[in-house]
Design a protein around this ligand. Sequence first.
Ligand SMILES: CC(C)(COP(=O)(O)OP(=O)(O)OC[C@H]1O[C@@H](n2cnc3c(N)ncnc32)[C@H](O)[C@@H]1OP(=O)(O)O)[C@@H](O)C(=O)NCCC(=O)NCCS
Length: 190
Amino acid sequence: METKAQSSVAAYQVSIAEEDGIDSELDAALRALLCRCFPEWSSVFQECRTWHSTPPIFTLVASEHGQIIGHVAVVVRTITTTWNFRYNVASIQGVCVSPENRRSGLATEMMLTALNEIKRRGFLFAILFCKEHLVSFYTDKGWKLADDSVVMRNKDDLPISMRSNCPMYYELGDVPFPEGPLDVHSPSWE
Ligand SMILES: CC(C)(COP(=O)(O)OP(=O)(O)OC[C@H]1O[C@@H](n2cnc3c(N)ncnc32)[C@H](O)[C@@H]1OP(=O)(O)O)[C@@H](O)C(=O)NCCC(=O)NCCS
């Protein structure tokens, strides 16, 4: 695994992995963690680490004593506003920590590391979709809940029904997140 940055808190390590630095063994370990943490989506994660097979631009991998205990993937999406402005945004997916390692600050550290890297790569905004009970987990870290509707589309340009339906955004600089309904398109939309 190619490591571009590394930090350590407690006994675990958090690394930034480029996609071409993730070999099949690490891929399998990350998918196993995703299946444990998101059993309702295990059919997706048995096949691939991200939704719609969109390759991550980077992945945060947390490990402890050689075991994979945390994961965050970052993919690029294009969003369009009412006025047809388009932005490439960093979309965060698969935030998870193994059950026995929770409540020790690992997800908080991974989110901070992810946002620093996203900012370093020049993005103005990050987005994610979460379940309602986790909204405060993200707002505590500076994320905001989108007031307006957010629509995602499949490859046939039809709206996708989203089960994790709290859309959140993070402003990485001084530019405010666009107001009004947002279209986040299909992942491969260009
Ligand atoms: C959500 C998750 C990633 C949090 O990981 P974690 O490493 O335990 O989080 P942290 O230790 O950094 O938590 C920091 C704070 O966030 C809040 N928090 C953490 N998990 C929470 C949860 N499940 N519900 C509500 N608040 C939570 C708490 O305030 C916590 O502080 P505290 O431990 O002092 O009370 C982890 O519970 C997980 O993997 N869950 C299953 C997968 C999932 O739902 N992922 C989110 C997808 S959007």
